[in-house]
Design a protein around this ligand. Structure first.
Ligand SMILES: Cc1cc2nc3c(=O)[nH]c(=O)nc-3n(C[C@H](O)[C@H](O)[C@H](O)COP(=O)(O)O)c2cc1C
Length: 197
């Protein structure tokens, strides 16, 4: 039976963790990105479909291309961050089902080859994997700055041409500063957000 995490650990993951807009010069290594992937990949997805695909944008040239498709307020944040990952989802994720679900791989491949089901499943589970990325990054002592303010279609042409992968959202990763950090906004209470049934 797992223990409840300590209060400082919960703070780091949720309570005091903030979305960052400013970034220090401290780099993020390839090793850290692999460590991050090797944690987030264990987050659960429907039928273990793992539809998220990631482009870890770190070269100044590639960041410049990505920033060119972002809103004017998001572009400088991309350029300042050590890494901005594009979280995409593969509409053809079904092709990987024999590897990802060996017990019933061919059956799963056929099941998820329906385009409407594939689209819903890829977007839902790819979004979940994006959330696992944020929490895993925080667990590793990194900060995140997720953003959806960019031209998805243009990013898809630039970074996913010739593939069945679509961009979902992007997330800067690094060591955040308090630059442009807004006061924490309120959250809904338990009662406002739901009810026991
Ligand atoms: C999927 C997603 C998309 C977002 N898009 C943007 C964005 O385009 N630009 C921006 O400045 N912040 C964006 N945000 C940041 C949110 O506004 C921020 O996470 C939220 O207000 C909570 O802030 P906090 O973590 O500091 O409490 C996005 C966050 C998420 C999760």
């Amino acid at each position: 039976m797992p223990d409840k995490l300590s209060a400082p650990a919960l703070d780091q993951l949720f309570t005091t963790a903030r979305t960052r807009n400013g970034w220090s010069d401290r780099p993020v290594t390839d090793h850290q990105l692999r460590e991050l992937y090797d944690l987030l990949k264990f987050g659960p997805t429907s039928a273990n479909s793992c539809p998220a695909r990631f482009v870890w944008v770190r070269s100044p040239e590639a960041k410049g291309r990505l920033a060119g498709f972002a809103t004017p307020t998001n572009a400088p944040k991309i350029l300042a961050a050590p890494v901005t990952v594009i979280i995409g989802y593969d509409l053809a994720f079904a092709d990987q089902m024999p590897k990802l679900f060996p017990a019933r791989g061919e059956q799963m491949r056929t099941y998820f080859s329906d385009p409407a089901l594939a689209s819903t499943t890829a977007f839902r589970n790819g979004s979940l994997q994006g959330a696992y990325l944020i929490v895993a990054a925080r667990a590793l002592g990194l900060d995140c700055g997720p953003m959806s303010g960019f031209d998805n279609a243009a990013v898809d042409v630039e970074f996913f041409a010739g593939t069945s992968i679509k961009s979902n959202f992007i997330c800067s990763i690094g060591y955040g500063t308090d630059e442009n950090l807004f006061p924490r906004n309120p959250r809904l209470t338990f009662e406002e957000a739901g009810r026991l049934a």
